[in-house]
Ligand binder design. Sequence first.
Ligand SMILES: [Ca+2]
Ligand SMILES: [Ca+2]
Length: 129
Amino acid sequence: MTIVDDDTRGLFPSPGSVTVPEDGTETYTLVLESKPTGPVTVAASRTGDSDITVTQGASLTFTTNNWFQPQTVTLSAAADADSASGTATITHTTSGGDYGTNSVSATVTATEGDTSDDGEDSGNWSRRR
Ligand SMILES: [Ca+2]
Ligand SMILES: [Ca+2]
């Protein structure tokens, strides 16, 4: 008899893209697709707009007991002097258990919701013109 390991190791973000309001925060969740053989650590890294940072959930741990429960990642976008919406990619990579020897990663695209170049409400625009 041959035991075939047909578990699919996956890491799912929901949603896969978010808009983070400037000077504000936005969240999404991550969950594993299959039960791991041991604790799995999920580490985040960012490329792109450095104004967007992972302020919660940069390192998450899923265990054999809670692997199916989504965990929250919080992003923050710092106010900047321009009025352009920057974009960052957050990559989450697994280690530990069978998610270490078969490491998987998931990416989330974060767009800065830039509404103003000076932090004032966009409603003030008409008055300044
Ligand atoms: Ca700005
Ligand atoms: Ca900006």
